[in-house]
Ligand binder design. Structure first.
Ligand SMILES: [Zn+2]
Length: 184
């Protein structure tokens, strides 16, 4: 269900951006066809960068997202909170997938001023990556532009931004980046 809603919400946002029917926009943005569709694969574990993971998800290529165990209710994290975080995880992966489909545009060439932990929407304390799915603390403080892009894509789909100038700049960057794919 989280995957389905992520796809629906992404298609809806792309439709608004492009003025196209949401499904036509989704297919154009992700370059899918009947014979070469987007695939979401449920896996027990996946490999990324030489390591095995049994939770979270990964975008393996321009049409393949693998999902292991997504966010679950635990402690003060309610089912509703876990569901939103799982859905957002999938939208974040679609952000990566988008960059793979538009490598010529360098969508994730994010300016240095945005490569930090400022200007993100607040997440609930017990589901603390809801709106920042891949914070730099996951990578010992290294901020990867691709991860920043994927989380700004998430912000774009739900029009959700942190307060202050950095939040505004994130919104401006991703708006321009998304417009650039419809210029073709
Ligand atoms: Zn990511």
């Amino acid at each position: 269900m989280a995957v389905l809603l992520a796809v629906l919400d992404t298609a809806s946002a792309l439709g608004k951006d492009s003025g196209l029917d949401p499904w036509i926009a989704f297919r154009a943005a992700f370059r899918t066809t009947k014979d070469d569709p987007m695939v979401f694969e449920k896996v027990y574990s996946y490999n990324y960068d030489g390591k095995e993971y049994t939770d979270g998800a990964v975008s393996q290529n321009y049409h393949l997202v693998q999902a292991a165990e997504l966010s679950q209710p635990i402690g003060f994290r309610t089912s509703a909170m876990a569901f939103i975080s799982a859905r957002n995880n999938m939208v974040h992966e679609l952000g990566h997938v988008l960059t793979y489909n538009w490598s010529s545009k360098n969508l994730d060439n994010v300016p240095g001023g945005l490569l930090n932990e400022e200007g993100w929407p607040e997440s609930p304390a017990s589901a603390n990556i809801t709106w920042r799915q891949h914070p730099s603390r996951f990578d010992e403080g290294t901020v990867y532009p691709g991860e920043v892009f994927a989380d700004m894509f998430l912000g774009r789909v739900y029009n959700k931004w942190g307060a202050g100038t950095t939040g505004d700049r994130r919104r401006e960057y991703i708006t321009d980046a998304m417009n650039s794919i419809w210029d073709d």
